[in-house]
Design a protein around this ligand. Sequence first.
Ligand code: ADP
Length: 478
Amino acid sequence: MTFEYSSAPESKAIVTIDPVYKLFIGGKFVAPKGGKTFTTINPATEEVLAKIAYAEKSDVDKAVKAAQEGLKVWSKMAPSERGKYLYRIARIMQERAREFAVLETMDNGKPIRETRDIDIPLSAAHFFYHAGWADKLEHAGVGSNPKPYGVVGQIIPWNFPLLMLAWKVAPALATGNSVVLKPAETTPLTALLFAQVCQQAELPAGVVNIVTGDGATGAAIVNHPGINKIAFTGSTDVGKLIARSVAGTDKGLTLELGGKGANIVFEDAPLDETVEGIVNGIFFNQGHVCCAGSRLLVQENIQDELLEKLKRRMSQIRLGDPLDKNTDIGAINSREQLEKITELAISGDTEGAERFSAACTIPAKGFWYPPTFFTGVTQAHRIAREEIFGPVLSVISFRTPQEAIEKANNTPFGLSAGVWTDKGSRILWTAKHLRAGVIWANTFNKFDPASPFGGYKESGWGREGGRHGLAAYLKGAK
Ligand code: ADP
């Protein structure tokens, strides 16, 4: 017998979306000089949500000047006073959490269950955590007289719009910097709501400036001589471009880029729990996760049993309306991303891997991809090497722990990994040999503001979160 869920949609009534949004510069919403706009849509319905100001070079220039003015006030303020503003922002984010969650789900396509329980609470937690550091920096182990960079340019992606803003803005402000931030073109709305929160918290003008636009706007921030440090999260290709632009200048730089995380399952792993971890590792946020466990490395003798359990679990995953509280998998963020996922998955078919997709009904409108895994994947396949950034898992088997390590490390990336085993000693041995910035043991995709996050190799430079993340916003700190 099958049980059907009734729909349980979250109401949109809590959210007010303006028809047109301006830039947030010097504490005010100002029209872009050129008067250009672009649209942001709901990827689950393809409906246009709002027109967004397009910032050109001259607008970025204005934002940098405002940030330099803001810095004068912010840097003179007692650190404990700066901390109070961060606490105030954190509390307002909590008070307006439902509004943020609904807006994020509408603009991004991710399920309300995730925005409500993960993105928004974690964003507020980042402000609470960093508020506590604001007046204790000399005790953070980053030198006795830590100094901010000054004006920080921050460029973020569309997969966790508000959370990536929080990861960037909270430590920058706690360490006494001012900010010019650019959200991604497909997901600007929660950053613009955050701008309203800055006004509500009476944050001094110019401390946070938000400019909306595309790659050219981002490049204008990166190349602006008034910017003292760049913090970027996004694709490895753009990260490389930015590293080249910043090379030879005295700008600070942190990069958080792509990944191809190995989720390693040993024969003694508790299989039911492991299946939950695999699902969470690759299907959380539609797989739009740089630290996703996108390569499942499974010990050969348990592969069949594990994949049977995984198929059964995948048949229970609910894909559909992101505002429905029962939805597990929402919409792919954009048509462009859906095309990338589709193209890479097709390369899996043509290169000889075998596809399994969960049977789910794909809504008529919007962008969707069913949860999928491929078996028979070799190290040479594109789906084993390239980041898919979608709900597609590549399954690769191994026989010995040494082989697992070799396969896991055989990637240009080094962001995350998972280990599933009953033995503590095997967890430690495996973690020691993996080249990955974050390694989860018998769990996956766990985040905490106190825990540093970042990668090796082409996954990036520097760490965000924790004490290490503070150092990234302090000049000369290690
Ligand atoms: P994705 O492939 O995940 O969309 P991107 O790296 O293209 O990742 O985008 C991440 C962020 O970088 C977005 O805010 C985007 O507008 C911005 N961006 C894109 N190109 C550039 C560039 N050349 N310089 C600076 N920022 C850029």
